[in-house]
Design a binder for this molecule. Structure first.
Ligand code: NAD
Length: 507
């Protein structure tokens, strides 16, 4: 194992390469620690109520300018942001690792996702297409126009500290909207780095309005002020279902729009005909990757009873090979949990498994040299009795609940019988089973895969889930429409005034 030095030294060097001044990192009382070794990384000033108010006013002014810039020109700014990300991929990836504990490979993957969405948005900047719609009236033309919406408030979670911002920001910018970002209080340093890269891009762009993209630092109170302000027409909020339960009604009460990306409880079904090797690898990656701290982490696996024991043995063997440790080490596959509250929640969930008659393999605390103040665990397999209904809550930790099933209909029902609806997958080589699983009577999630696990989405598709996952969609496909104002416009080029539905009104 390589010793990488304590995280605060590593952080200073990384931030320096990213162009973030270390000076302002100790001016406040929001303490930021690294989950890798528990070291304090910074004490940041929180944004005050006045700061939030000013940021919103500034965004409204920026909107007046930005909405008039032609979309392909707006795309140029996003192209420059993509270039900044390419140039700083290693450093930003390392910062993600330092601040949220992902292994380096995943930190780099997250930055690659940012680059990908920038590329996507640049293309999109020339494709904000509206429909031409057949009018029922002679001499009339009906069309759909898409206009910028206004400032977008982005609230994000700790576990994807930079990708979620880029999904929203790249799209919002080409759509003509300024962005105000309230990152997780657990990962504000990555936000400061992104802001710096964005400012570099703005400098290269030349005439971007001031305050086009801003960052606010703080906890729930800062987010809540954004949520309740009528000058922010769209709130895009990523986090727990509990957070969404507070945000959704507040935004709705002022007739704002929200995109909600909330918790998941994702399942893989492994059918009798499955390629077991693929299924086990995908399940293990989905369940233990990012230490089980992805919204799309695999939380449940339904194994057909005919392959149940073989699959459990293979999963147990795969879990035994997982190296837990400092996420900066190339051999590490599982880094730390974000904090001790997360560790406690995991232990409570495992106690509940044992109380319910289940068996737990793994789930033990691991001591990592020089990281005594951090929370490392071995990922856990929870072998559940057949009689139990499926676990209903998302525990944000590496616990995989293992169930046996008899019929595919039963597996689909049990997959669906939870409040959340983010991601599901089936491993099968039977085309009928695959089609049924993705059909209208199959899995009820926003993302449903065949012979691929539940996590690791590409930017080209719309990302999000149903039910308690919030119903929002971000990233690819036509998710951009959420960031724009749709206008239906009918033009009469005749000399008559025919009314729709043939109504006569002789005045
Ligand atoms: P969290 O809900 O604790 O916090 C998320 C963000 O919401 C933070 O910035 C927080 O300050 C803010 N917040 C909390 N309450 C708020 C309120 N009342 N008003 C305004 N802002 C508020 O979540 P977390 O622990 O950072 O992240 C883990 C959760 O996020 C998991 O449930 C995970 O599944 C979910 N998540 C979902 C997606 C997705 O795309 N569906 C992606 C990543 C994470």
């Amino acid at each position: 194992m390589t010793y990488h030095g304590n995280t605060s030294e590593d952080l200073r060097a990384t931030l320096d390469r990213l162009g973030v001044s270390a000076e302002s990192l100790n001016d406040g009382d929001l303490v930021v620690t690294s989950p890798i070794d528990g070291h304090e990384l910074a004490r940041l000033p929180r944004s005050s109520e006045k700061d939030v108010d000013a940021a919103i006013a500034n965004a409204v002014t920026a909107f007046d300018h930005w909405r008039q810039v032609p979309p392909p020109r707006r795309g140029e700014l996003v192209r420059l942001l993509g270039n900044e990300l390419r140039a700083h991929k290693e450093d930003l990836g390392r910062l993600v690792t330092l601040e949220c504990g992902k292994i380096l490979q995943e930190g780099l993957g997250e930055v690659q996702e940012m680059i990908d969405i920038c590329d996507f948005a640049v293309g999109l900047s020339r494709q904000l297409y509206g429909l031409n719609i057949a009018s029922e009236r002679p001499g009339h033309r009906m069309q759909e126009l898409w206009h910028p919406l206004g400032p977008v408030g982005v609230i994000s979670a700790f576990n994807f500290p930079v990708a979620v911002w880029s999904w929203n920001t790249a799209l919002a910018l080409v759509c003509g909207d300024p962005v105000i970002w309230k990152p997780s209080e657990k990962s504000p340093l990555t936000a400061l780095a992104c802001q710096q890269l964005l400012e570099n891009a703005c400098a290269g762009f030349g005439d971007a309005p001031e305050h086009l993209v801003q960052v606010l630092i703080g906890e729930e109170a800062v987010g809540s002020q954004l949520v309740n302000d009528g000058r922010v027409p769209l709130i895009s909020a990523t986090g727990s279902t509990a957070m969404g339960r507070e945000v959704a009604p507040a935004v709705a009460a002022r007739f704002g729009r929200s995109i909600l990306e909330l918790g998941g409880n994702n399942a893989i079904v492994v059918a009798p005909s499955a390629d077991l090797d693929l299924a086990v690898r995908a399940t293990a990656f989905g369940a233990v990757g990012t230490a089980g701290q992805r919204c799309t982490s695999t939380r449940r696996v339904f194994l057909h009873q005919s392959i149940h024991q073989r699959a459990v043995d293979a999963l147990t063997a795969a879990y035994a090979r997982v190296r837990v440790g400092d996420p900066r080490d190339a051999e590490t596959l599982v880094g730390p949990l974000i904090d001790s509250a997360s560790l406690d929640a995991m232990q409570r969930a495992l106690t509940a498994v044992r109380d319910a008659g289940g068996d737990v393999i793994g789930g033990d605390r691991v001591e990592v040299a020089d990281c005594e103040d951090a929370c490392y665990v071995t990922p856990a397999l929870a072998l559940m009795p057949a009689s139990l209904t499926s676990v209903q809550e998302e525990t944000f930790a590496p616990i995989l609940y293992v169930y046996a099933y008899e019929t595919l209909e039963e597996a689909i029902n049990r997959q669906n019988d939870v409040p959340q609806g983010l991601s599901a997958a089936i491993f099968t080589t039977d085309i009928r089973e695959a089609e049924l699983f993705t059909s209208a009577v199959g899995a009820d999630c926003g993302i449903v895969n065949v012979n691929i696990g539940t996590s690791g989405a590409e930017v080209g598709g719309a990302f999000g889930g149903e039910k308690a996952t919030g119903g929002g969609r971000e990233s690819g496909s036509d998710a951009w429409k959420g960031y724009m104002r749709r206008m239906t416009s009918t033009v009469n080029y005749s000399r008559e005034l025919p009314l729709a539905q043939g109504i006569r009104f002789d005045i």
